[in-house]
Design a protein around this ligand. Structure first.
Ligand SMILES: [Zn+2]
Length: 114
């Protein structure tokens, strides 16, 4: 997830604020089981906040009780198919700027983290 890794930075270091973002849509095969697992693992509040800041989607503040396929597809589109191509990620805690120049694998997380 988008968290500051500067040594000693422990407060307000998550999620990183994104500025000057240039987004890119890619096509990734939808995997329902994977998305279901992912939803249970991500910091939902941070995810919603980041998606909103990027203007990607308006997501509910809490995870719905009944997660249906349509909802999972929506999350898939945001988390897996939206990439940050160019921009800056800024830590609210220590103000460290992480420039993004040639894209990061996913907007919000790496598959290996799930
Ligand atoms: Zn920091």
């Amino acid at each position: 997830m988008l968290m500051c890794h500067v040594k000693g930075c422990a407060t307000d270091n998550f999620p990183l604020r994104i500025e000057d973002a240039e987004l890119e849509q890619v096509e990734v095969e939808f995997n329902e089981d994977f998305m279901r697992r992912m939803i249970n693992k991500i910091e939902w509040g941070a995810f919603v906040q980041t998606a909103f800041a990027l203007g990607v989607d308006q997501l509910p503040a809490t995870v719905p009780e009944n997660i249906d396929t349509e909802f999972l597809q929506r999350i898939h589109r945001v988390a897996m198919e939206t990439k940050l191509k160019e921009g800056k990620m800024i830590c609210n805690g220590c103000k460290h700027v992480y420039p993004v120049t040639d894209g990061i694998p996913n907007m919000l997380l790496q598959e290996t983290e799930v």
